[in-house]
Design a protein around this ligand. Structure first.
Ligand code: FMN
Length: 393
């Protein structure tokens, strides 16, 4: 991707990474990602807003050249994570005397992660401004929209918000400016990165909305030239509202749990409830996380294995629990051979769910008439609960 002009004095100089398939060795990236870095050229000084992952260093320097960048005076670091900060030392090396401008918490992290030293740093506080001559940068601390040090930078004259991870997406589009396609990649990103910090997201959006924002330039994926779309989507995802949807995610070795899952899916669908159905071992965890953003109910299915829960289901509930979804109801369906343990493990590991636990269905071996009756009861319970919160008419 070459340098792209966003406004007369603002250039995208980041790097595409379409072939990257995993992030943090945890999150799958079906559409790759980008590391967005922006150059702001004022009449007196030039600032670079965030850098790129060190693996993509050469693209950053190529794009700086293409954008006609002269000497960089300031490197604004909105977030210390290495996919944005990792090239700061190289930019400093190429621009002796440049200052890394960031808040106190981020500065401390940069010293730990990137070997930036005190003499390279310029510490700013919430609301401070930095003049580039005819351009003014204003710093807005937005803690916990990923890490505790995260901040945004606002370019007053152009009404651009450089929001770092907030409003981002792991997507590597041909056209970074095609923000109208943001919805699903941004929702998936919200699920994986922002969901645990829903309340902070809400508070920080309220803080950012005091600014007149024409364009949002995040640090991954699309630039948003119609920011109300992404802001409204974030407000919805971060709010307490849920949809008339159930996530039914199961793992089954010999089809006992699978039979129950299929039966329950059909029973729920007959009642007018949308079921997002996943066979865990062959499903994309990111997609399950995305559905979890606003599903009213989550049902986990998994059998007892070696006196515990099948590890595939265990992995899912570990991640789901860490994401702290706003799910209202949870339950589970399990099968066992001689000593049931799966249900204990599930219950003990959903500690972050502020959800009501509906009575589960447990089968010794293959499900029989009794379990199918119980599955009808569970489907009824879910429908009643969805009616009670007003998502099912
Ligand atoms: C590798 C393995 C380990 C198992 N460990 C246990 C166990 O510790 N306790 C138990 O009650 N059943 C155990 N079982 C039996 C299964 O829980 C039982 O077959 C169950 O019905 C499988 O359900 P599924 O077909 O949905 O996976 C084990 C089965 C396998 C294949």
């Amino acid at each position: 991707m070459s340098a792209i002009k966003i406004t007369e004095k603002v250039f995208y100089v980041g790097a595409k990474h379409p072939e990257r398939r995993i992030f943090d060795e945890l999150i799958s990236l079906p559409d790759g990602t980008t590391y967005n870095s922006y150059l702001v050229t004022g009449s007196l000084k030039t600032a670079l807003i965030d850098t790129v992952d060190p693996a993509m260093k050469d693209f950053l320097f190529k794009n700086l050249k293409r954008a006609g960048a002269g000497k960089i005076d300031y490197i604004i670091s909105n977030h210390a994570e290495q996919d944005h900060s990792g090239c700061i030392p190289f930019v400093l090396q190429a621009n002796p005397g440049a200052k890394v401008v960031t808040n106190e918490k981020c500065a401390a992290m940069l010293k730990d992660f990137t070997m930036v030293t005190d003499e390279n740093l310029m510490i700013i506080k919430d609301g401070d401004t930095l003049s580039l001559g005819d351009k003014t940068l204003e710093f807005i601390l937005t803690p916990w929209v990923h890490w505790p040090e995260t901040m945004s930078t606002y370019l007053r004259e152009d009404e651009i918000l450089f929001s770092c991870d907030l409003f981002g997406s792991h997507y590597s589009p041909s056209d970074i400016m095609a923000g109208e396609h943001f919805y699903l990649p941004a929702k998936r990103y919200f699920a994986e990165i922002m969901c645990p910090f829903r309340n902070n997201v809400r508070n920080n959006i309220a803080k950012l909305e005091k600014f007149k924002i024409k364009t949002i330039c995040p640090s991954h994926g699309f630039v948003h030239t119609s920011p109300e779309g992404i802001i409204n989507a974030y407000k919805k995802w971060a709010a307490d509202d849920v949809k008339n949807e159930v996530i039914l995610a199961y793992v089954s070795m010999h089809d006992s749990t699978k039979k129950m899952a299929e039966y329950l899916r059909d029973a729920l669908e007959e009642k007018g409830i949308t079921v997002n159905y996943f066979d865990i071992p062959v499903s994309d965890l990111g997609e399950i996380a995305m559905m979890m953003v606003d599903s009213a109910t989550v049902i986990i299915g998994g059998s007892t294995v070696l006196a515990g829960l099948h590890p595939a289901a265990q992995n899912l509930i570990y991640v789901a629990n860490a994401l702290r979804p706003k799910t209202k109801f949870v339950s589970f369906i399990t099968s066992f051979g001689w000593g049931e343990k799966a249900s204990e493990v599930i219950k003990a590991n959903l500690t972050n769910f502020k959800a009501e636990v509906l009575s589960p269905v447990i089968s010794k071996g293959w499900p029989k008439e009794e379990q199918f009756k119980e599955l009808d009861r569970l489907a009824n319970d879910i429908a009643e609960k969805h009616r009670a919160i007003g998502v099912l008419k």
